[in-house]
Design a protein around this ligand. Structure first.
Ligand code: 6GU
Length: 239
């Protein structure tokens, strides 16, 4: 299989460096990269500016605090980077105004051949370039980050771990929190997990897990997932 290709447009390309290992140089994304399941490259928006100061932002029309990223570097970077590879890229703009990133969207993105992530900064990007590029706008939650880079890292981690072969154990992803279990129509939280020792600080592991009865264990785990979801995330029960 040809690797998933992820290009990132950012004014902070060093955030995505795999060596020296930063966030994506560790753990599953790094393994997936070494195994040839994914490749990513970050491009500096500054390299696509046309002025001598390499400005990527300016003051907002209408006044107000903060800066707005200008259209031209984003527009040119998107086209220059897309031209590197003939495969069409799914364009994604990371922004708090976007569609909330949930596991269903992560699953959709994990089957694409190519993603182009645009990490906005400051107060955002001039709306006209968004209108022309028509990216999917994606948010990672209802809080404000100082830039889209951390959101892009989150999206990449979530997508990469779903690529076939990325996890040591192939069942692991399909039993995670938010994964759709066979025969279920909603996404549940995960159940609690236990390992050795059997007793720790006077606390025993639930007996059913030691029973060797796999049917009984599966039922217990599903009950736990349902109970936890009801208690902690009732919103997930009415999607
Ligand atoms: Cl994608 N970007 C920024 N700047 N803040 C966010 C976000 C994205 N998602 C949640 N907060």
């Amino acid at each position: 299989m040809t690797p998933l290709r992820i290009d990132i447009l950012t004014t902070f390309p060093e955030v995505f460096s795999a060596d020296p290992p930063a966030f994506l140089g560790a753990s599953i994304p790094a393994r997936a990269r070494r195994a040839g399941l994914v490749e990513w490259r970050a491009f500096n928006l500054r390299d696509h500016t046309r002025d001598k100061h390499q400005k990527t932002d300016d003051r907002p029309f209408g006044g107000g605090p903060g800066m707005v990223m200008t259209c031209q570097p984003v527009w040119e970077a998107v086209h220059a980077v897309e031209a590197i590879d003939p495969r069409p890229a799914t364009r994604i703009l990371l922004t708090p105004q976007g569609r909330p990133l949930r596991q269903g969207l992560v699953e959709e993105l994990a089957i694409k051949p190519r993603l182009l992530l645009i990490a906005g900064h400051y107060e955002g990007i001039d709306e006209r370039v968004v209108e022309r590029l028509k990216p999917q706008e994606v948010s990672i939650g209802d809080y404000v980050l100082s830039g889209g880079e951390a959101a892009a890292l989150v999206l990449m981690d979530a997508v990469i771990r779903l690529l076939p072969g990325a996890l040591g154990h192939e069942g692991s992803a399909s039993e995670d929190s938010f994964s759709m279990l066979p025969g279920e129509s909603i996404r549940l939280l995960d159940c609690p997990h236990y390992t050795k020792p059997r007793e720790w600080m006077g606390m025993a592991v639930p007996g059913v897990l030691l029973s060797g009865d796999h049917g009984e264990i599966a039922r217990w785990r599903l009950d736990q997932r349902r109970a936890r979801t009801r208690e902690r995330r009732p919103d997930l029960l009415n999607p």
